[in-house]
Design a protein around this ligand. Sequence first.
Ligand SMILES: Cc1ncc(COP(=O)(O)O)c(C=O)c1O
Length: 459
Amino acid sequence: MSISNSIVEKDLASHIHPFTNLARHQEIGPFIIGRGDGVRVIDDQGRSYIEAMSGLWSVGLGFSEKRLVEAATRQLETLPYYHSFSHKAHAPGVELAAKLAELAPGNLNHVHFTNSGSEANDTVVKMVWYLNNALGRPAKKKFLARQQGYHGSTIASASLTGLPASHRDFDLPAIPVRHLTCPHFYRFGLPGETEIEFSSRLAREIEDVILAEGPETIAAFIGEPLIAAGGVIPAPEGYWPRVQDICRRYDILLVVDEIITAFGRLGAMFGSEYYGIQPDIMVLSKQLTSSYQPLAAIVVSEPINEILVEHSGRLGSFVHGFTTTGHPVATAVGLENVRIIEERGLVGHARDMGVLLQEGLRQFGSHPLVGNVRGAGFVGGVELVADKATKKTFDDRGALGAYVFRRAHDHGLIIRAIYDTIAFCPPLIASEDDLAAIFTAFERTLHDATEWAKANGMK
Ligand SMILES: Cc1ncc(COP(=O)(O)O)c(C=O)c1O
């Protein structure tokens, strides 16, 4: 039996995959990736794919960055593990916290680590509740989030997520959260409405919800600068300034989930800079280590930190954290990763490549299947529709997207299908030639998809 056959068998016999149709998986088996090389990954049969999704929107430096391997190895050889409970510390954790505090905008200057983005957002919920208890506002606990927003899979973060599939049969939401209209202009803008008018309408909705619930009950608003996993939805013009004003007016904390948008993805160091947002709390992960190690970071403002310090002093401790919070190997890799992004000017590079990505994707706008091309910076989405004029979605929603996802593999391309929206989020290091290869493979895939849609009577 070959090694990969034995892996297939073991996988089917013993492995429960995340975000996978487990029944279908038993029929089709795993797609095994064996190694990485720059912007490409190579499967167990030796076939090479251009990774136009950076794995899960995260491998900014590509799949073979030696300096990250060396940083991990150095740290493993020096101090493979230590924790940061009870006043303990280690250099990489402290150095990375200081670096993020220096980079983060405005008065965001204190950092708490977790292992994943989901844990980070769960931690944010606990922190915000703790803060409001410290301030003697025990009723101010609800979160505002958006439909189609994605914030993770753990209990509180999946509750914040505005995707029905994340809730269904998991007994969620399990925390007090109100999901507001998704700021998706193409889908929810009214006929004749401008983007600014759409943003004003959504702002009125936010304010109405706050007033109906009572501002004294709303603790925080959480949002991704650009909604990514929910369909690549850039914020409409004027949206974020209005959200920010409303949050300030009603003393509601603004939590910006930058798990995908930070470290150059939108052509600025942070998505908040791109959209002119000044968050109270910012959540980072993914490109923080290029996913070479699991790590997330919550960056809080000076006033929030002061309350945490004072209240934990009163209670005796800040009783929250994990065995591997701020793990030395993960933070050493994060530090090296951020240094590389700065040294190589990858934020500016992503900005330049982003222009080409958006231009290249817009070329597909005239294709009969393409209803909308959107994006910002170095992330883009192409929405496939049954009828361009009416924007009608396919009756069998997601079937064509699933075909495109599979067929792209045959053309050496890895993309993501969010129902029928095809997402592109190439590694930050991708070159003009890499983008050309992505467009060529996508063009071929779209050609095949047209035939498939006809043959299968898609409407
Ligand atoms: C915006 C956003 N928040 C949170 C998460 C959850 O992060 P993790 O998968 O590391 O738990 C993700 C993951 O895709 C994300 O895109």
